[in-house]
Ligand binder design. Sequence first.
Ligand code: FPP
Length: 245
Amino acid sequence: MSSPLPDFSVLPKHLGIIMDGNGRWAKKRGLPRTEGHKRGAQTFEDISSYCADLGIPYVTFYAFSTENWSRPPEEVSAIMALLRDYLGRAESRKEENKKKGFALRFIGNPDDLDEDIVAAEKHVEGLGATGEGIRTVVNMAINYGGRQEILHSVRDIARRVRSGELDPGDISEDTVSSGLYTYGQPDVDLIIRPSGEQRLSNFLLWQSAYAEFWYSDVLWPDFTERDLDEALRSYEQRHRRFGGV
Ligand code: FPP
């Protein structure tokens, strides 16, 4: 029997998770790095599902950054193969996801991804919970970069100014936000980074203006529901001032 869910007095409305440490997890065991990613993908499935059980409204997982293309081609292919595998099994999760109120979204630049992946992402986005039935939106960031995302929005704004549709004086924070992949979602409240690194690595740059951080030495493939509980307990105690006193 599964244990009862912990009760938190406050949960982040939007949680960001940087899935780090797959390579070191594999190295420690004398395994190829790709094995670490495979275990990391399983952890992603477990933790994203747990986030939906807890009812965290938005969770963004950093799965593949715009900089990750510089990794050896075999490693990039292995991560894309894990993504294909995950997308390919979406139909089997369909009913459970609807029941849980789990909706999946992909954020990032689709232009550099293989066409079959982009098509599968679109299909899978349509399989989860919809409308009022949504309890948790899970954003999977693939070919995502925070600077590139802001640039994309700025270019769109420049085009609208040039066409005369928008006056530069009317450009607001919301105008910039409206060109981001996460438009309509709250800013990120808490960012979790395991594996001992304490960097943002181009993740949700605009959205993290007032984010809290939580770090841990646990490597992502070893990250458990209890580690997430610990991060959420820490978040519960934070006094957020948003620049005030
Ligand atoms: C960072 O660890 C991890 C990545 C760049 C890839 C993350 C991808 C997954 C967890 C799989 C994605 C899930 C699916 C379903 C496709 P690292 O390789 O930089 O680790 P290291 O710092 O120890 O080398």
